[in-house]
Design a protein around this ligand. Structure first.
Ligand SMILES: C[S@@+](CC[C@H](N)C(=O)[O-])C[C@H]1O[C@@H](n2cnc3c(N)ncnc32)[C@H](O)[C@@H]1O
Length: 523
């Protein structure tokens, strides 16, 4: 089903007070309870074409611009000139401006409508006010990229009979310029009400301020407020589009420019529609919307993703804690939800540490650590992850502090600890929650008598548990893997990854009995 954006256009009749612009904020405060209070709609709107130009301002005498009895009249006379009343002679600047307004390349602008008498009447283009910036625009352009549009319903629309303007031009039906004004949008309960029907409290405020205003004139105008597809929020649109009673998908993970949905089965028939709305509502930050097709099963922990909307590229750049990581979501593992955990882990390290990241992926832990610690050894089995890991080291200018390896975790542990050149490793991170505990046996016998003076590293190993007592369960797995019971393990719940399934982090100093064990792996 295609998304019909026009079906979300809604038009509301409202009333507005046209007030002098210099009073609009005062009046906005005084009339607060009577003004339109809709989300994302400002209740002050500009009126096109009545702004005073700074150039004109300088021509005015120092007294109040809006002194209708004197200055404003004189100003109008100066603008409209002697030929239209008893005004003074126009200054050269104003005279040129007047001429420019009277002619254009096609002839007299002022009497252009005379020509129309002999031609069929074209549909009139109407100037409108965008409630956000007051720009003039043409009605047919509005809609696609608009959020909301405020149109003043003109007298012409109200009274078809008095169409003097269509014969002699706009100038002949509008009043003379009377100073810059603003529209204060009134609460919807005042729509289509006459001035007399306004509550006394509003009238009292207007009367009080009317004296201060030069125009001493407030006008009640009818308006049309149009709200477009862009106005409505994601959940409001999805509520309309999806079948009644269906849970509205709201949360999604973002990885750079990619929104990563995790749709339920019931959503799948509507997946493209949902993705389109998510894309529309999260642009420009989001450029691609994907859905996870299947649970993660493979060794590299990559996700099976289906691109539902937007551009198809799954290569993106994520900024995390001031560091930049390039990621190809189709080929490597990335989880933005672990950002807090990575920070917590990092807070355990000091500048004297040497860190070994056994399952480094594209490097979020290794590279963050490298900014803080003395040195990092980072490894991953996935050649593509290693490729991005190397790029990310360079991207963050940390390549001198990180050594990158591409091997199986167990072999990496054995190699790095056997290496004579390896600096003394103080911290080991094992973030492969499904199986990391099962790699712990690789630490058995990593040190020989020659290494006696070496520091015993602290190990951080992650795991999942669905048990009733997840901490106890994971603790048991760690002990079994190390074939050692007498050592202290700090156990911490990281986050609930699914109902009843916890991710945990166990940390402990590698027991001496394990590090110097005579045998290697028991398995
Ligand atoms: C859960 S991800 C964690 C990556 C990284 N630490 C992070 O936070 O984004 C686990 C990583 O281990 C890697 N991996 C899986 N099996 C491995 C193995 N036997 N040896 C080394 N790395 C392995 C995967 O390629 C993946 O990048």
């Amino acid at each position: 089903m295609a998304l019909d954006e026009d079906a979300f256009t809604r038009v509301f009749d409202i009333s507005a007070l046209r007030v002098p612009s210099d009073l609009c904020f005062t009046l906005e405060n005084r009339l607060r309870g009577h003004l339109l209070n809709w989300p994302r709609i400002k209740n002050i709107a500009r009126v096109p074409g009545d702004e005073i130009d700074n150039q004109f301002k300088t021509l005015l005498p120092k007294s109040d611009v809006n002194d209708e009895s004197g200055t404003l009249v004189a100003f109008n006379r100066r603008i409209y000139g002697k030929d239209e009343g008893d005004g003074q002679l126009l200054s050269p600047v104003l005279y040129r401006d007047k001429l420019a307004r009277a002619f254009n390349s096609k002839g007299y602008v002022k009497f252009r409508n005379l020509a129309k008498i002999s031609r069929p009447k074209k549909k009139k283009k109407k100037a409108e006010v965008d409630s956000y910036n007051g720009n003039k625009r043409e009605k047919r352009e509005a809609g696609r990229n608009e959020t909301a549009l405020l149109e003043v319903v003109t007298e012409e629309e109200d009274n078809e009979g008095e169409d003097l303007g269509s014969l002699l031009g706009e100038e002949f039906k509008v009043k003379k310029w009377r100073g810059p004004t603003r529209l204060l949008l009134l609460d919807e309960r005042y729509a289509n009400k006459g001035t007399r029907e306004l509550p006394e409290s509003i009238k009292a405020v207007l009367e009080e301020h009317g004296g201060q205003s030069t125009m001493s004139e407030f006008e009640l105008v009818k308006c049309k407020l149009t709200l477009f597809y862009n106005y409505w929020q994601q959940n409001e649109i999805l509520e309309v589009l999806l079948p009644k009673g269906m849970i509205i998908p709201s949360a999604f993970e973002t990885v750079g420019h990619i929104a990563h949905l995790n749709l339920r089965d019931e959503h799948l028939p509507h997946k493209n529609l949902i993705a389109k709305v998510v894309l529309d509502k999260s642009k420009p930050k989001i450029q691609t919307v994907v859905n996870k097709i299947d649970a993660i099963h493979n060794d590299y922990r990559t996700m099976q993703l289906e691109v539902l909307a937007g551009n198809r590229s799954l290569v993106t750049t994520v900024v995390e804690n001031g560091l930049r990581f390039q990621v190809d979501l189709a080929a490597v593992y990335w989880n933005s939800r672990l950002a807090t955990e990575r920070q917590r882990l990092l807070s355990c390290f000091t500048r004297d540490d040497v860190v070994c990241d056994v399952f480094a992926g594209v490097g979020p832990i290794a590279i963050s650590a490298a900014k803080k610690v003395k040195h990092v050894y980072a490894n991953d089995l996935n050649p593509c992850a290693v490729d991005y890991l190397e790029r990310n080291c360079i991207l963050n200018k940390l390549e001198r502090k990180i050594e990158v390896f591409n091997m199986d975790g167990r072999r990496f542990i054995e190699t790095i600890f056997a290496s004579q050149t390896a600096q003394s490793i103080t911290q080991v991170v094992m973030n492969l929650p499904n199986d990391a505990a099962e790699f712990l046996d690789a630490f058995r016998g990593i040190f020989t008598r020659n290494h006696r003076q070496r520091t015993l590293p602290r190990i951080y190993v992650y795991g999942f548990s669905k048990a009733q007592d997840p901490e106890f369960d994971f603790h048991e797995r760690v002990r079994i893997a190390l074939s050692e019971v007498a050592f202290e393990v700090e156990m911490r719940k990281v986050r609930l990854v699914a109902p009843g399934k916890w991710m945990l982090c166990a940390s402990f100093i590698l027991p001496e009995s394990v590090a110097y064990a005579k045998t290697g792996s028991l398995l």
